[in-house]
Design a protein around this ligand. Structure first.
Ligand code: GLC
Ligand code: GLC
Length: 799
């Protein structure tokens, strides 16, 4: 089995040891406004705040070859041209290594006695990437060689940048200065932002016109100027502006040299855009160039970044007997939760950054992964999300991060959405104890004057379900529930329309969802607990109403949602069963088994154990639990997009990793530790052995791994931006290791095989810090409550 890399836990890095990974293995840079995607060969792009509207570097998706375009350094040593990251020239290197760390990537290449090390990072709170290039002559003779930098500018709107060439090819403008090459396309008119690529020493040549630099018919692997050892010193007018500096260098044996590049973004006040007619105001860029353009400045910025992540990752850590578990918990799962929170589903190597905005349900679920890490940002996100709700409790399915406005193209009508606001808020308050957030005034649909308290928003979220019940007293599904592809009110036979946005034919529909039913019961119980807490002390009559609605739902599920051996998935438009043994295909689905067992519906009657047994029997395969079984083998108009996927992929019997933890948590609540552990190891990348089969990054979860019916079961897709990050985090931290934040303390309630059941956890919780040694002896249902008391506590807990 080919290995492409390994973990370095002490450094919190993944080390890639050959550049030809089965798919680009990427990392993310940035923590606030300025974000970058960078692959193990330095491919990728960056943007400020919005991947669609403020794209800084151009990127070609799905290119041939894959992952073309990025921040490239070309080295010409004699007749050999090479790149430290192997691509794009692909000249064989004597040494190659890429280390993806927390918010930085370090790529090292060595060829014929010349070593080039490039450190890429985005300093916290800065709007730039730093490229720190260190060159060392490792040979015995002096070296004369040349170095070129290269980036290609995007014309800001990543969508029109790929479409509107009759305009685009005439708009490009740049300014050339000794400290930097400035990209100012459209700055002359409404834009107040520009980008620049600067370097901390005089360059020997430059280019800003792509055609001159590359040659009209050359690719990134053979730039004309590099091949001929020159620069065109071009000033781009229209066409495709780029930035490239050239340096003619010399190094004695053993000597090193360092260049620091800053790729930045500046937004100016409207009234201070220019310093002379047509000349952009460069003051902010110069400040950045000065701040980071010295080794000391770059060192400080990098140290600040390090301490940012040290602080984040010092809040929860485990020391167990299982290294795969420790590295997942201590490093990569929490890191992925942060990245997913920052990006929602916008920009990855599977999401182009020009499509969806922030999902209402997605963003709420993402909170569960970061409330313990960046509570203040979680708070703001909750308020932003709530502001996209409608007065009837429904909500925009998505909103745009730049404007925070709901997205009209997709609208609302996804009936699980409102409940996730309760989920996110409960997670936040349990972590922080900040009940005050419930009194924050939040508008509807961002309309000033419509403000009500967040608590009111939660109430109408809850009521949105009870106001929309179907014939069996179960929640109407609307456009879709969590499974965006189970489109029971869509009936589309037009290939040119999206299943998500086609006319919503819910009028007269009987389509009900058992997934929402389970979610409602689980979140309804949480909601009642919140309302009854002395810090909220809601009207007892209202609390009783919530509790009785939950009880009624449990009753409805037992009466109409139980199929004999498992929970049904749904009723269709006509009231027909879905996810029933009566169906030919799609007899059983994962979502309702997960949610109804997490809600413990019918647990006393044995329904949860039966449903979990059925999930193991019918859904489990070598690589995890598939979404449904048997897979749909043809398109069924009544079900929609789910049946559009070939068997084994995505929502049609793929291993949709996002929902595996639902079953795992259900298993944990039922005390089935061996099942919990087995399912968890299957979907957790640190445990997977075959890197070629898995294909995508071995350090992050995928949204989907191909299921048993697919051509290559076990092949991963859609890595990084997925609710899997937050859900596996919740699963492992609260249900496997068993550290459950409560309003007034921590409940310790693990579910882990005894063989791995002794471990230490370090947990920061509000103003307290806990060092726990936990010893599980296998006693069913054992738990221990630690009341919240500020200060440092060391506890030894045997369960
Ligand atoms: C994607 C969507 C999410 C949806 C899931 C299942 O991950 O982002 O909103 O719930 O697919 O369809
Ligand atoms: C597709 C995908 C689903 C995703 C949705 C978002 O339907 O299968 O996973 O949630 O698109 O628009």
């Amino acid at each position: 089995m080919t290995q492409f890399g390994h973990f370095d836990d002490a450094a919190r890095e993944y080390v890639i040891t050959r550049p030809d990974t089965p798919w680009p293995w990427i990392n993310y840079l940035g923590t606030r406004d300025f974000f970058s995607l960078i692959s193990n060969t330095a491919g990728g792009y960056c943007f400020c705040r919005d991947a669609k509207f403020r794209r800084i570097l151009r990127y070609r998706y799905n290119g041939v070859p894959m992952d073309a375009g990025g921040r490239y350094f070309y080295i010409k040593d004699g007749d050999t041209v090479w790149n430290p990251g192997w691509k794009p020239c692909k000249t064989p290197l004597d040494t190659y290594e890429c280390r993806h760390g927390m918010g930085y990537t370090r790529i090292v290449g060595e060829k014929a006695g010349l070593r080039a090390e490039v450190l890429f990072f985005v300093p916290p709170d800065a709007r730039c990437e730093i490229h720190r290039v260190k060159l060392t002559n490792t040979g015995k003779t002096p070296k004369r060689f040349q170095l070129w930098s290269f980036v290609e500018w995007c014309l800001w709107n990543a969508s029109t940048d790929m479409e509107n060439f009759q305009r685009n090819l005439s708009t490009g403008e740049v300014e050339i200065e000794p400290d930097a090459l400035y990209h100012k396309t459209e700055y002359r008119e409404r834009r107040d932002h520009y980008a620049f690529y600067g370097v901390n020493r005089p360059y020997d040549g430059f280019d800003t016109d792509r055609e001159t630099f590359m040659g009209m018919y050359n690719g990134f692997e053979a730039p004309q100027q590099v091949l001929s050892g020159t620069s065109g010193n071009t000033v781009a007018h229209g066409w495709s502006p780029i930035a490239s500096h050239r340096f003619d260098l010399e190094l004695a044996p053993g000597a090193s040299d360092e260049l620091i590049f800053v790729l930045g973004y500046v937004k100016n006040p409207q009234e201070a855009k220019f310093t002379a007619p047509g000349v952009i105001n460069k003051a902010q860029a110069r400040k950045m160039l000065q701040a980071y353009g010295t080794p000391a400045g770059a060192d400080i910025a990098f140290a600040t970044l390090k301490s940012y992540w040290d602080d984040i990752l010092s809040r929860f850590s485990v020391a167990s007997a299982v290294p795969e578990l420790d590295r997942t918990v201590n490093i990569w799962n929490q890191y992925q939760c942060m990245i997913t929170f920052f990006f929602s589903r916008s920009a990855s190597y599977f999401e182009s950054g020009i499509g969806r905005g922030m999902g209402f349900r997605d963003s709420n679920q993402d909170l569960a992964g970061i409330v313990h890490l960046i509570p203040a940002r979680a708070r703001q996100r909750i308020l932003d999300i709530a502001a996209t709700q409608f007065p009837d409790g429904g909500c925009y399915h998505q909103y745009q991060p730049l404007t925070k406005r709901g997205n009209n193209d997709i609208g609302g009508g996804f009936n699980d959405d409102p409940l996730w606001l309760i989920f996110g808020t409960v997670a936040y308050i349990k972590e922080t104890g900040d009940f005050g957030i419930l009194h924050e005034k939040v508008p509807f649909d961002n309309k000033p004057g419509t403000e009500v308290s967040l608590l009111e928003h939660l109430k109408i979220s809850f009521a949105h379900v009870t106001d929309n019940l179907g014939p069996h007293g179960l929640p109407l599904i609307g456009r879709a529930d969590w499974n965006d592809c189970l489109n029971l009110n869509c009936f589309s036979d037009n290939p040119d329309e999206s299943f998500q946005t086609t006319e919503n034919k819910t009028e007269g529909s009987k389509a009900e969802s058992l997934m929402i039913a389970g979610l409602f019961v689980a979140e309804g119980k949480d909601f009642a607990e919140l309302l009854a807490h002395p810090a909220v002390a809601a009207d007892p009559k209202y609390v009783a109403k919530v509790r009785s609605a939950v009880a009624a739902m449990e009753k409805a599920v037992k009466a109409h949602g139980w199929d004999g051996e498992w929970f049904l998935r749904a009723y269709g438009y006509y009231g027909d069963k879905i996810g029933s043994n009566e169906n030919e295909e799609g007899k059983i689905f994962i979502e309702s088994q997960g949610w109804c067992t997490m809600a413990r519906i019918g647990a006393d009657e044995g329904l949860c154990d039966k449903a979990l047994d059925a999930a193991v029997k019918h859904l489990e395969c070598e690589h995890g639990l598939v979404l449904n079984a048997p897979a749909y083998t043809r398109y069924i108009k009544d079900y929609g997009e789910i049946s559009s996927y070939p068997q084994g992929y995505k929502e049609n019997a793929g291993i949709f990793c996002h929902n595996n933890p639902w079953v795992i948590i259900g298993e944990a609540m039922a005390g089935r530790a061996d099942d919990v552990w087995r399912h968890y190891c299957k979907i957790t990348p640190a445990f997977t052995k075959d890197q070629s089969l898995r294909k995508v990054e071995p350090y992050v979860f995928c949204q989907m791994v191909a299921g048993r019916d697919a051509a290559r079961p076990g092949e991963g897709k859609n890595s990084w931006l997925t609710g899997t990050a937050a859900w596996t985090w919740k699963c492992v931290s609260e249900f496997i290791l068993g550290i459950k934040p409560q309003y007034d303390g921590l409940l310790i309630e693990p579910c882990i095989p005894v063989a791995y059941g002794t471990y230490k956890v370090h947990r920061r919780f509000r103003d307290a810090e806990y060092d726990l040694t936990i010893r599980c002896t296998g006693k069913p249902g054992a738990s221990h409550f630690i009341p919240y008391i500020p200060g440092h506590h060391t506890l030894d807990i045997e369960l």
